[in-house]
Design a protein around this ligand. Sequence first.
Ligand code: GLN
Length: 294
Amino acid sequence: MSLISPIINREEPMRVIDLIKWAETYFSGKGFDHPRAEIEWFLQELLNCNRMDIYLRFEEILSLSQLSTLRSWINRRLEHEPLQYITGFTEFYGRKFIVNEHVLIPRPETERLIDIALEKITQMDSPTILDVGTGSGCIAITLAKESVNSDISAIDISKSALKTAMDNAKQMDVKNIHFSHLDILEENFLHPIDILISNPPYIPKNNMNVLMRDVQEYEPLFALTDGKDGLNFYRKFSQIAKSIVKSGGWLILEVGSDEHPQMAKEVFSQSGFKNMRLIKDYNGDDRILIVPTK
Ligand code: GLN
């Protein structure tokens, strides 16, 4: 049985504006914090347009088949499945990426990682880069597009994630990435690189239960947490950096919240690294740790 109120079950077309009004009331009644954002996300995909265009298409009539797709999407959303998995896409650094339950949904905060990497890359001729835990491939692919002279390796422990990343690379016609299946905690990456970039699973196991239901129930566990204190990957990076990152190179790593950024920085201090810097995201939270290898 459909969980949805009769308005979009009716057997006649409705206008975009009617749907927005209905959905706002409906989603807020179901306890969603941003009801308009919910329906706007679906409409962008349904009408194949950007958010602004929706507002130029208020009078357009939605077909019965569009309404039927929407009905099934809303039913999934009521179970708190993330919007991005429902429509199968998200946007990252201005490009559209395929996402599914095998990959973490790229977050806007991670775009800062790209900005920082690009700053470093522009000072290098043809940099070699390793993206650890590529997931959807959002970091590796964005760097490959923005810096065509880069030679990028992207690794992941999950074959299904790699398949998604490769689908994204193909769709965006990216040629300068080698994808490989590798567990960095257990196996060695053997090629020297200029930059190691990663958004590793950094949520401590004990914090997993405070995550939103959407994240906890739907996003891949191994992409979110290391199952320990959230520092496992930073420890590993601090151990391998001296052998794989060339002198004069960089590690550019996303970090978590609260004490996590300082603790991740401390991991590198203890291994003898110097001049690390923490950079804030657009919310003013420390989000990126930069480690020079010189
Ligand atoms: N690199 C991907 C991202 O930044 C996936 C990261 C992960 O799975 N921890 O979104």
